[in-house]
Design a protein around this ligand. Sequence first.
Ligand SMILES: O=C(O)CCC(=O)c1ccccc1C(=O)O
Ligand SMILES: [Mg+2]
Length: 369
Amino acid sequence: MKFQEITMHKVSMRMKNPFTTSFGTEQDRSFVVIEAKDELGNTGWGECVTSDSPLYIEEFTDGSWVMLEQFLVPLALQHEWEHPDELAELFAPFKRNNLAKAVIDAAAWDIYAKRQGISLSEAIGGTKKEIEVGVSLGIEDDMEQLLTKIKEKVDEGYKRIKVKIKPGKDVEVVKQIREHYPDIPLMVDANSAYTLDDIDLLKQLDPYNLMMIEQPLTAGDLIDHAELQKHLETPICLDESIHSYDDARKAIQLGSGKIINMKVGRVGGLSIMKKIHDLCEEAAIPMWCGGMLESGIGRAHNIAVTSLANFTLPGDTAASSRYWHEDIIEPEVFVHNGILQVPSDPGIGYNVSREKLERYTVQKKTFKR
Ligand SMILES: O=C(O)CCC(=O)c1ccccc1C(=O)O
Ligand SMILES: [Mg+2]
């Protein structure tokens, strides 16, 4: 099969609320959506999960536009492929740029599934028909505000609550949450805000029965995390440290953490995701699917990913309405009591609303074979 045509849409959407992490606050999201057509007229979709600034990862929206426009899209258009795995190999000579690589891989997998008349979940080897999801809550200035949001999400039935932390907003925040909610499945995400100098501080989280602490130390680090894990009872979950199969392999070997947050963009696509999934399953490392404040297109891919067997913990794929006044897919992603149905329609299983996509598109470029 081959790509006959690829259109890059730069989409700009404002979230209902600002989202604050240890690295900054975000409300306006611009990102590249890829619409790819094969020679039979099937359409595949992908969302490049960058932010406007390179704060979570080195890639950013305008940079990924250039990476796609100058390198990845032209190369993908030249190639003929039997299986989407070939795209990861095709892109491998280019260093990193995983979020950009992953968006073409995403569209290719959508087409690959649609050509066979099967869901994306089935195409990648997913087995679950419904998945459990949690929600990720940003840092709030005001503790009452955070407790109100937690109450709302607990009442909605989300299966676990993740709270962002940073120095000065950590042990006391967790202590107060636990006073109100002694038993909810609770975890924290530090987004790389600490160092090994903070071992004693981070140990103070141990009594609070957290499911895990996500990415306490530097992005990319495996060594210091292994050292920290020796001192903590709370399991460490790696996010910004895992960019490849080899990163996952080394993290397991070193004991850098006990859980992996999978973001397909961060590892460069679904093909690589699957390899890491199988490795973790073999090594008894539980996984969950992370989020990047996606629109419905990226969210649809995350649902398919979470249907794989070793995604045993609730991820960050909350309902569309948690982020957006209106989403660009139909139907939107709905969550009932923390449970989401995995669609069985071919490909991603959601329709992209042409009208809404156009409304939020600020730049567009089409490449033909
Ligand atoms: O709700 C989501 O999509 C996940 C939110 C989240 O935690 C996050 C959002 C943007 C960048 C990084 C992260 C993260 O998981 O670290
Ligand atoms: Mg994270």
